[in-house]
Design a protein around this ligand. Structure first.
Ligand code: TRP
Length: 329
């Protein structure tokens, strides 16, 4: 039996961190063994917020280098950038014409991102972003879309649009299922364990970037907030320690309860030292590989061009049948 297909994308808007690694990238890498995988850099999505051209270009190389640094094998997985495959923009437009204002207005990410800004000044791209995301997915006919819980609503809209198209124009699209990461994979900020780890946090002590030096990592773990009391225990009343235990356990592929036992009777200091070691050991080789690749942007571009060629072959086929069915060809 041929493998099922999995597809996901990641925005190119900055350095990726330990939370991205444990929550998404690591899973993307695991999936390449069991699925036919397509992963892309969502650069057309990242321009829904203003981007400086020079930084955007650098971020694209960095995010691609990070995917590969985390273990993605561009021979097995198809790694490409969205804007290299024109069919995304084209199908994006077609699906926009099938989407209603009501559907887009219900998207919680739009509500969050547009925040308190007046509707008059919110970019239309931010509003229609989910129709483009639907195109990203449907072009490749994947059975599953691995994403964080925050993207589930977008994948559900994608399913609705696929069904709508199929009903109106005949069976065309595979209806994809979201593959949502478990709750344990949600890593919280080191300076505030009540919010998700985020590269846009006010303080750099919130996150560990995948290219932080060993000294920076040690310092960030030393400064990480802890809870009152002194026991290393797994409890919802101790969100800071729970988060650190989760990081430790995930990096070692163990259960947090097991790690807790190991530190029975030990203090925060001992635990933090051990955690620093575990992080350094896991991120060291990843960082080296990322640095090697960011020093060689020509090689990264070559990999992305090769991926785009393979992606394009799939995408043009789907787009051609869409146009045929709609009477556009
Ligand atoms: N919207 C996703 C995010 O912000 C990124 C994305 C764009 C994506 N297109 C996609 C994810 C298609 C999965 C499939 O994380």
């Amino acid at each position: 039996m041929s493998k099922q297909r999995a597809l996901s994308g990641i925005q190119t808007s900055g350095t990726l961190h330990l939370g991205n690694y444990l929550g998404a990238l690591r899973r993307f890498v695991e999936l390449q063994d069991t699925y036919d995988t397509y992963y892309f850099l969502a650069d057309l999505h990242s321009i829904t917020a203003p981007q400086d051209p020079e930084s955007l270009r650098l971020n694209i190389t960095n995010v691609a280098a990070t995917y590969i640094g985390c273990g993605l094998d561009p021979q097995r997985a198809t790694l490409f950038r969205q804007s290299d495959v024109a069919a995304h923009a084209e199908l994006g437009w077609i699906l926009t014409t099938l989407t209603t204002m009501g559907e887009l207005r219900r998207m919680t990410q739009f509500k969050d991102k547009s925040g308190t800004a007046k509707e008059e000044s919110v970019g239309v791209g931010l509003f229609t972003y989910p129709s483009l995301m639907a195109a990203d997915i449907l072009l490749y006919q994947p059975e599953v879309v691995p994403v964080g819980a925050d993207q589930k609503q977008h994948v559900e809209l994608t399913r609705d649009l696929a069904e709508r198209f199929n009903n109106r124009f005949g069976e065309t699209f595979v209806i994809p299922k979201p593959l949502i990461a478990e709750e344990g994979a949600r890593i919280m900020g080191l300076d505030d364990p009540t919010k998700k780890m985020s590269k846009s946090a006010a303080s750099e002590y919130n996150y560990i970037s995948l290219i932080d030096s060993p000294d920076e990592i040690a310092k960030k773990i030393r400064k990480a907030v802890t809870d009152s009391g002194e026991k290393i225990e797994l409890s919802d009343d101790k969100p800071a320690i729970k988060n650190l235990l989760t990081i430790y356990a995930l990096l070692q592929d163990r259960m947090p309860a097991e790690v807790t036992e190991e530190f029975l009777g030990k203090g925060y200091g001992d635990f933090k030292n051990a955690l620093t070691e575990v992080i350094l050991e896991a991120l060291g080789p990843i960082r080296d590989r990322i640095m090697e690749l960011t020093d060689d942007p020509a090689e990264v571009n070559r990999i992305l061009r090769d991926g785009a060629e393979r992606a394009e072959a799939q995408a043009t086929k789907t787009l051609a049948s869409v146009k045929q069915r709609m009477g556009l060809a």
